[in-house]
Design a protein around this ligand. Structure first.
Ligand code: ADE
Length: 226
């Protein structure tokens, strides 16, 4: 899989790309990540990529041409899935993350400042929001999407099926987990987990999953019943 990020702030990415599971996935050639600064595609000598909105109003808007030219410069951009990060996009979730995995090449376009010229949308296949709040730009959203997709690539997590137990894997939250010590500050690990009875443990975990999802995210259960 190939991920290309169009951003005015490529320096925001290396710290995440150079750590842990993401770093290993890149080093093992499971994913290739390319960063493109679309300021390099500015059409004026001052390399500005934003301007004031027609009709007036506060702030600056990203211009369409640098983004268009940056997209055109990417080999295979015609067939890649081009995603724009915006609070106006489709609300991101685990099911979209799984769908994105089917794409060989994804281009993530990060907006910044007040917004962008509406015509940017004409060169985009999908708009995604990572939540109902406004970030200063699309970079953190792009990182969240990259992280959540890369960990689903077969072989990216150490153990093949680690993500099967994830919260949201089957529209439910994960069960509670414990590690050593057996007792801390008077709080004990549930006996069933120490019993060695795998069938009982599996049953307990399934019950806990359902209880937790019902208590915290009843909307997920409704989704499964639809
Ligand atoms: N850019 C600014 N806010 C955003 C959000 N919530 N999701 C995706 N991109 C954004």
């Amino acid at each position: 899989m190939k991920l290309t990020i169009l951003t005015l702030f490529p320096e925001m990415f290396p710290s995440i790309l150079n750590e842990s599971i993401i770093k290993r996935a890149i080093n093992n050639n499971l994913v290739e990540v390319n960063l493109i600064n679309f300021r390099d595609f500015a059409t004026n000598k001052h390399k500005t990529v934003d301007d004031t909105p027609y009709g007036g109003g506060a702030g600056m808007l990203l211009q369409v041409e640098p983004i268009y030219r940056a997209l055109k410069s990417i080999p295979g951009s015609d067939t890649a899935l081009k995603i724009l990060l915006t609070p106006q996009g489709k609300l991101y979730n685990q099911s979209i993350a799984k769908d994105l995995l089917d794409n060989e090449h994804i281009i993530l376009v990060c907006g910044h400042y007040e917004g962008f010229d509406e015509r940017v949308r004409d060169y985009i296949d999908l708009e995604i929001s990572i939540g109902d709040y406004v970030l200063t730009g699309g970079e953190i959203a792009a990182l969240a999407i990259m992280d959540s997709v890369i960990r689903l690539i077969p072989g990216a997590l150490g153990s093949e099926d680690s993500y099967i137990h994830d919260s949201f894997y089957e529209d439910s939250l994960d069960y509670p987990q414990y590690t050593k010590p057996r007792e801390f500050d008077g709080k004990k690990v549930p006996d069933v987990l120490l019993s060695g009875n795998h069938a009982e443990i599996a049953k307990w975990r399934e019950n806990q999953k359902q209880k937790r999802t019902k208590e915290r995210r009843p909307d997920l259960l409704k989704k499964t019943q639809q």
